[in-house]
Design a protein around this ligand. Structure first.
Ligand code: TRP
Ligand code: SF4
Length: 328
């Protein structure tokens, strides 16, 4: 239905997705599929902005990401799933937008300086990295997307995208709607060591982990550090296992854990098994779908190519308008 409002979002293919991505973004993406015309991009050019010298795993990551996406229920029949670098219009729009974006806007993006300081072992003084939010804006505006489902960490990028759209419209005439974020306000999930779940901390529960692996990770997860013996009462409010319960368990399980942990009525292993009782049914169907797609990688590639064809149709129409507005 061409009258439907469009949604665009994307991920950088930087490794396998974990349960934090599931509750922090993907479940939301899945739920938008019925209401909107959704475009979901695997942003390999964005990966290059920092990983330009480490491209060896990139193609593998792209394919794994497509599997993870379809495993969680992103449906290539209803949503357009594609690889960013297959749709060259993103690059052309990025170039054209780069002409009207003041350097100061980019240098002021909070993530820019932060990442340069935080990311170790990567030289991020390159031109492409500074332009990261311009490329992201091109991703969005190429589809005139109204809605952009992202986590809170992306708010500053989205603000910049709106400013760029406004500046384009004021210079060349009204072409772009201003994209609005659809924020998923889920607190970051903790990993098995209690720090935020992240590939770089080696503490993540991956969507692609076999059941036994998930079990092992949860059963060895850190808990309330003050609860040393089974007879010690615990405090769920400081326990990372409880944070996972809040993301996956039923209210009655939450109530039980809250009560019984505090009076040492249950042990941590009991508690973790309750969590697995809720987590397994979420991950099992996902694992099955993933395996089915993983058996036919050629089909996955076809799906991505068909997605790119559909994306290109929309993006090339936008670019025709853009060139016209610029008189190029
Ligand atoms: N910057 C986003 C992230 O790191 C990924 C991304 C690239 C994106 N292009 C986008 C998100 C366009 C939303 C819209 O998660
Ligand atoms: Fe954490 Fe559960 Fe152990 Fe309490 S019983 S400390 S909530 S793992």
């Amino acid at each position: 239905m061409s009258t439907q409002e469009r949604v665009l979002s994307g991920f950088r293919p930087s490794g396998p997705l974990h349960i934090g991505h599931l509750v922090g973004a993907l479940q939301n993406w899945v739920s938008l599929q019925d209401q909107y015309r959704c475009f979901y991009a695997i942003c390999d050019w964005h990966a290059l902005t920092s990983e330009y010298a480490h491209t060896e795993p990139l193609r593998h990551y792209v394919l794994q990401m497509a599997l993870d996406w379809m495993a969680v229920g992103l449906d290539p029949e209803r949503s357009t799933l594609f690889v960013q670098s297959s749709v060259k219009e993103h690059a052309e729009l990025h170039l054209l937008l780069s002409m009207i974006v003041p350097l100061g806007w980019l240098e002021r993006v909070p993530t820019y300086k932060e990442q340069q300081l935080q990311v170790k072992g990567r030289d991020l003084t390159n031109y492409g990295f500074l332009g990261y939010p311009v490329l992201q804006t091109a991703d969005i505006l190429a589809y005139k997307a109204r809605w952009v489902p992202v986590g809170e960490d992306q708010i500053s990028h989205l603000e910049l995208s709106r400013e760029i759209a406004r500046r384009f419209n004021s210079i060349y005439g009204e072409v772009f709607p201003e994209p609005q974020p659809k924020i998923t306000r889920v607190p970051r999930l903790p990993g098995t060591d209690g720090r935020k779940m992240s590939k770089s901390y080696n503490n993540a529960v991956y969507l692609s982990d076999p059941e036994g692996e998930v079990r092992k990770k949860i059963l060895t997860m850190v808990t309330d550090p003050a609860r040393i013996r089974r007879s010690d009462p615990g405090n769920p409010d400081v326990c990372p296992v409880y944070t996972l319960h809040k993301a996956f368990s039923s209210q009655s399980t939450l109530d039980t854990v809250n009560l019984e942990c505090r009076r040492a009525g249950i042990g941590c292993i009991d508690c973790k098994n309750f969590l697995l009782d809720h987590l397994d049914p979420v991950l099992a169907p996902l694992r099955e779908r993933r395996e089915a797609f993983a058996r036919s990688p050629d089909r996955v590639k076809q799906i991505l190519e068909a997605g790119a064809d559909r994306a290109r149709e929309v993006a090339s129409a936008t670019l025709a308008e853009v060139r016209n507005a610029i008189r190029i």
